[in-house]
Design a binder for this molecule. Structure first.
Ligand SMILES: CC(C)(COP(=O)(O)OP(=O)(O)OC[C@H]1O[C@@H](n2cnc3c(N)ncnc32)[C@H](O)[C@@H]1OP(=O)(O)O)[C@@H](O)C(=O)NCCC(=O)NCCS
Length: 139
């Protein structure tokens, strides 16, 4: 939650509450990957697999740890774990205009769709989500 609270701007309604995290983490097929420096958490990814398709639910890196390759390493670790769990594809959703999209595109994800008004920001403003997918066959 330290990472969650620092990494996600409340303006965009992307962060999850502790209760939401606890709820999903008790479900089968869900896993958390934590990046840390010693005992200090720097970032995490949360993903799940259903049948042979995996979904990256959240990825975040604390502002002071960004642009050091932690986000890319978390994404790669998530892909490797998804393969180990039997996934052939990894899907994710990102807010349209989120600079994080550059990370996904450079990692080989391609756009698969758009959800209008998917995220609800703090002041009720709606933001579209772009769905991206990547085949894990070639990794
Ligand atoms: C997206 C996020 C996880 C990236 O973490 P990070 O540790 O900074 O990522 P990396 O250092 O591995 O960056 C890898 C590449 O992604 C791209 N990238 C990352 N952040 C970027 C930004 N703000 N603007 C443009 N490109 C960006 C760059 O190509 C970067 O490579 P470079 O630094 O060599 O140019 C981090 O910015 C974050 O937590 N954002 C807020 C939460 C969020 O929006 N998460 C995604 C939606 S769930």
């Amino acid at each position: 939650m330290i990472v969650m609270n620092e990494a996600f701007d409340p303006a965009f309604g992307e962060a999850w509450t502790r209760a939401q995290c606890a709820g999903i983490m008790s479900l089968p097929g869900v896993w958390l990957t934590l990046a840390s420096e010693g005992e200090t958490p720097a970032g995490f990814s949360l993903a799940r697999i259903v049948a042979d398709e995996a979904e990256l639910l959240l990825i975040g890196v604390r502002p002071g740890w960004r642009r050091r390759g932690i986000g890319r390493a978390l994404l790669h670790a998530t892909e490797i774990e998804a393969i180990a769990r039997g996934a052939g594809k990894l899907h994710l959703e990102v807010r349209a205009e989120n600079p994080a999209a550059a990370l996904y595109v450079s990692a080989g994800f391609t756009p698969a769709g758009r959800r209008i008004g998917y995220y609800v920001g703090k002041d009720g403003q709606l933001f579209d989500a772009v769905t991206l997918s990547k085949s894990l066959d070639a990794i």
